[in-house]
Design a protein around this ligand. Structure first.
Ligand code: AMP
Length: 575
């Protein structure tokens, strides 16, 4: 009884504070000149130039082959202005969707910021996606413009081009492959060369859509998560509270902007703080990473559990040869961070790795271990200032217990569904074109996260698992339905069920079970063909690592594949 009362008291005090946190956070930003609203790109770039910090480095790009490029805030302002003017020149109007399919190159950052200035809605896609996920997302988002490379265009877009009916313009950033002259396909260099470097951002309402990220559910197509310009308030505030970002910091977020972390914290938050972004084009490599931390004198490093587990495998010896004395904060997000990783981090880096929790829909960090708070290894930390998080009571079927229109809240120590009180600035405003699915995310005044967790007496949250079948593999949220659908397009497959199998390094690996059509002969050549089909359609990140042929799959009475049973059997068979 006492425990609940103290818990309730804490909640009520927190609610009053939350309102003040967000108004203070809003006041820390400038807003557009002459009261013209709030625009993410202005807060991230232009205002620093206005405040006389235009000469400071905004982006330090490290190319795969050892080349480097730096952009000052002033140059980033000019380049993003050019891109905004490029869109004007193409006749693209505010509210239209601009998609970016690029690796981590400066043009990606310029496109995202320029698109925000022009008040179009920008969607960065993972460059590792295959044609199928690209097609789905470009069509769901009704993209008008795609910025990509000639190589991606030739390999991934040309085969599906005729199915992308809304796409009017493709802008190709030059790489080794020369673009074929074609209608609607243009050169970045040419268009940017012609575009003016001055652009005045039009009036922007904080509620204007700004960013679009796709996330996966258990069923149906991916969901387009819409964030508005007001999200910048949360990006900036959490940058202060959790990442301790300061002007002039060297900040490295290892996430790709194709994932929401790589946008909210790989672009927006650090730039609003006047930090220098390290942008590494290359993939993970232990020596390269420690080399970057040392030679770039990184102060704040935001990474992910899979990467940390890979670094753990290389051992503390790999760290010792490097001078990481500039590091002030190491934080991690995206999947559960094992307690051993936190303890290892203390030995390896001499500091706590600050695990934190959020998801595409929340737009920013919601629960975190943060500087100045004691870390409990294995816990995701406490609700960040401005956020009220609770655990909702649910039955095994996922139904909440409701009283007077509000869900029942579990006391500390009891598992339930993690929920956030609605109203924070970076809360998603829609699932694009899926009003019903959006509405289902809310119960009373709470947003349901779909994660199972519990809270302890000190207000720390402990992750328990997902309430649905989505798979987390190396930080990527993968919808089994999307993988199953792509497999079903193979002429030999009658039925497919896809699950995640626990993996000590990448969290889960994607495994598919398929039933072949009658008369199809199962032999090694077919198996190879199935794997090749999956990789070609989906890309390496989403494609199953293993495809197993079965005579039948377990079904519910209504005929749905029982992924949970498939998984339970698999785990039992392999201990
Ligand atoms: P995404 O929308 O792709 O960023 O994935 C969000 C999901 O990743 C959450 O709903 C969780 O299931 C998982 N997740 C993110 N951060 C953590 C964390 N610190 N601990 C455990 N799971 C996490």
């Amino acid at each position: 009884m006492w425990r609940q009362t103290s818990h309730a008291r804490r909640v009520s005090a927190q609610r009053t504070d939350n309102v003040q946190v967000w108004s203070a956070a809003r006041a820390a930003l400038d807003g557009l000149p002459h009261g013209a609203g709030l625009n993410i790109a202005h807060e991230a770039v232009d205002r620093h130039v206005l405040h006389g910090r235009g000469g400071e480095t905004a982006i330090r790009w490290l190319g795969k082959k050892g080349d480097r490029r730096e952009l000052t805030y002033e140059q980033l302002r000019d380049e993003s202005n050019r891109f905004a003017n490029l869109l004007v020149g193409l006749g693209v109007v505010p509210g239209e969707r601009v998609f970016v399919l690029l690796g981590r190159v400066p043009e990606l950052y310029v496109s995202v910021l320029g698109a925000l200035k022009h008040r179009t809605v920008v969607c960065p896609l993972f460059s590792s996606f295959g044609p199928e996920p690209i097609k789905q997302r470009v069509n769901l988002g009704s993209a008008s413009v795609l910025v990509t490379t000639a190589a991606h265009y030739a390999r991934k877009i040309v085969p599906i081009r005729s199915e992308l009916s809304t796409l009017r313009h493709v802008v190709l950033v030059s790489d080794d492959v020369a673009p074929e002259p074609e209608d609607g396909v243009m050169s970045w260099a040419l268009l940017m060369g012609e575009a003016s470097s001055s652009y005045r951002i039009g009036p922007t309402s904080p509620e204007d859509p700004a960013l679009l990220h796709f996330t996966s559910g258990t069923t149906g197509t991916p969901k387009g998560v819409v964030h508005v310009h007001e999200a910048v308030v949360a990006h900036h505030a959490t940058g202060t509270h959790v990442l301790d970002l300061r002007a002039g910091d060297i900040f490295w977020c290892t996430a790709d902007p194709g994932w929401v972390t790589g946008t909210s914290y790989g672009i927006v938050s650090p730039l609003t703080h006047g930090a220098t972004l390290i942008v590494d084009e290359a993939d993970f490599d232990v020596d390269r990473w420690y080399g970057i931390l040392q030679s770039e004198r990184v102060n704040v490093w935001y990474t992910a559990p899979t990467a940390i587990r890979m670094l753990m495998r290389a051992g503390t010896k790999a760290v010792r040869g490097h001078d990481l004395s500039a590091l002030r904060v190491v934080a991690s997000v995206g999947e559960p961070l094992n307690p051993e990783a936190v303890i290892w981090g203390r030995a390896a880096y001499g500091m706590d790795i600050l695990d934190n929790w959020w998801q595409t829909e929340t737009g920013g960090i919601m629960i975190a271990n943060r500087p100045g708070l004691a870390v409990k290894p294995g816990s995701m930390g406490v609700a960040v200032p401005g956020i009220e998080a609770q655990i909702l009571r649910r039955d095994p079927a996922g139904h909440l217990e409701m009283n007077d229109g509000e869900p029942a809240i579990e006391p500390p120590g009891v598992d339930g569904e993690l929920a956030l009180r609605v109203g924070w600035p970076s809360m998603f405003r829609a699932y694009l074109g899926m009003e019903d699915r959006y509405r289902k995310c809310f119960a009373g005044s709470w947003y349901r996260t779909g994660d199972l967790a519990r809270i302890d007496d000190d207000g720390y949250f402990w992750f328990v698992g997902r309430a649905d079948d989505v798979i987390k593999s190396a930080g990527h949220l993968i919808g089994p339905f999307e993988v199953e659908s792509a497999l079903m397009e193979h002429a030999a497959i009658a039925e497919a069920g896809v699950i995640g199998i626990p993996d000590p390094v990448i969290g889960e690996v994607v495994k598919a079970f398929v039933v072949l059509k009658q008369g199809v002969v199962d032999d090694p050549a077919l198996r190879r063909d199935l794997m090749a089909h999956a990789r070609r359609k989906l890309g390496a990140v989403i494609a199953p690592r293993e495809i197993v042929v079965r005579n039948e799959l377990p079904h519910t009475r209504s005929g749905k594949i029982m992924r949970r049973l498939l998984k339970a059997r698999e785990l039992e068979a392999h201990g």
